[in-house]
Design a protein around this ligand. Structure first.
Ligand SMILES: [Mg+2]
Length: 396
């Protein structure tokens, strides 16, 4: 995967795949959530033809995404606001979120609540790993790492380094770190070059000592359903997600296959969804699923309150990701990224249908529209191409 200047080659298709990655993660998460903790025989007995749509469960509302997406959004928000990977900033967000989150992984909760975590998260996760050397390779880092890939599309070196660092926020185990590198390198190749199978290039980014757990991943599509373990072990999770993606030919079938594996179903489907969304793009994610995504008022990604099913902050993150792509493409640089911060803090309204349509008047408050116009005018003055991309693309 040679590095080129991402600005010179970003296309509308690539932008759609960036959005597809994050929406794909959330939809997969929401689809798998009701099946978490169900064994595969239990899933088969409850859904003989497979669970094929978003449904509610005792813990989750229909379409509600879980900690996988919530933590990914916390990372995405931090990256967009800081315009850099700042571990202490993300650690603060994790700590606040964990205080009220409905579902937090055991290891994540333990590390996030350690003394000194918000100042130096890595030393806390390192200590946890030293105390639990054989039981700290859970998938809690893998499930949330995709925004790092979106932030590092311009550099493979930066992607490897930042993916590792994002794992070490809670999961120091080398297997957790390498799983994030593989997934993010695969996502990057899918978005940049439309590559379906980037396993070899992704594995080549690992240190030689890290390769042994990943031998089976290289031929995972030859495995039978019963040979795939969908546990919370990060190697199993990435294998199961890759198997679901490589043995199907659409976003929809990939995440359905992943979710119906049961066990850690939401995370397997979330990881598969991020990868499949990055490859097939946002347009390939069924609209009925995109519009049914649901978040509670206290969760990252929503400000409207329980029952509305609107995802305002989630949509704003998507808008800003799209904006970041435009900035990369147009090459207007850091001044425009400052503008992205303005968008993030000032635009707070959606249409009654829950849609953000950038060219549609009436979806923003007047002052927000004014702020948005200033940004668009700035980008337009720097790059006609960038303006066109903003103007013609719609998000749901
Ligand atoms: Mg979850």
């Amino acid at each position: 995967m040679p590095d080129h200047d991402f600005r010179s080659e970003t296309t509308t298709d690539q932008t759609d795949r960036v959005i597809g990655c994050l929406v794909g993660l959330a939809v997969g998460d929401a689809l798998g959530a009701p099946l978490e903790f169900s064994s595969r025989p239990q899933v088969r007995s409850r859904y003989p033809h497979g669970l094929r749509d978003l449904v509610e469960s005792t813990l989750w509302a229909k379409g509600e995404y879980t900690d996988d997406t919530q933590m990914a959004l916390l990372i995405a928000e931090s990256l967009l606001e800081k315009k850099a990977f700042v571990p202490s900033d993300i650690a603060k967000r994790f700590r606040v979120w964990a205080e009220t989150a409905k579902d937090v992984g055991i290891q994540t909760r333990a590390v996030v609540n350690m003394v000194g975590y918000t100042q130096d998260p890595e030393s806390c996760s390192s200590r946890y790993y030293a105390d639990h050397p054989h039981s700290s390779a859970g998938n809690g880092a893998l499930m949330r790492c995709a925004p790092v890939a979106l932030f590092c599309l311009d550099s493979s070196e930066k992607l490897v380094e930042t993916s590792r660092a994002s794992a070490r926020l809670t999961h120091y185990d080398p297997k957790a770190q390498s799983s994030c590198v593989i997934l993010n390198a695969w996502i990057r190749a899918a978005i940049r070059n439309g590559i379906r199978d980037a396993r070899s290039d992704a594995l080549a980014l690992l240190k030689p000592i890290e390769h042994s757990p990943w031998q089976r991943l290289q031929r995972i599509e030859t495995c039978k359903n019963d040979d795939i373990a969908s546990t919370g072990y990060t190697v199993h999770t990435l294998e199961a997600a890759a198997w679901s993606f490589l043995t199907t030919d659409s976003y929809e079938e990939a995440v359905i296959r992943a979710a119906n594996l049961g066990n850690d179903a939401d995370t397997v489907a979330a990881v598969c969804g991020a990868l499949a969304g990055a490859y097939y793009g946002h347009v390939a994610i069924p609209e009925r699923w995109r519009t049914q995504l649901f978040a509670r008022s206290s969760d990252p990604g929503d400000c409207f309150g329980a029952g509305r099913g609107r995802n305002e902050r989630f949509s704003l993150i998507l808008i800003n990701l799209k904006y970041m792509c435009v900035v990369m493409r147009s090459g207007v640089g850091s001044r425009a990224l400052g503008g992205a911060g303005l968008v993030f803090t000032e635009m707070t309204c959606l249409s009654p249908e829950g849609r953000i349509t950038l060219g549609c008047a009436g979806i923003y408050k007047p002052e927000h529209l004014l702020a948005w116009k200033r940004i668009v005018e700035f980008v337009h003055s720097a790059s006609h191409e960038g303006y066109v991309v903003i103007g013609i693309t719609r998000l749901t």
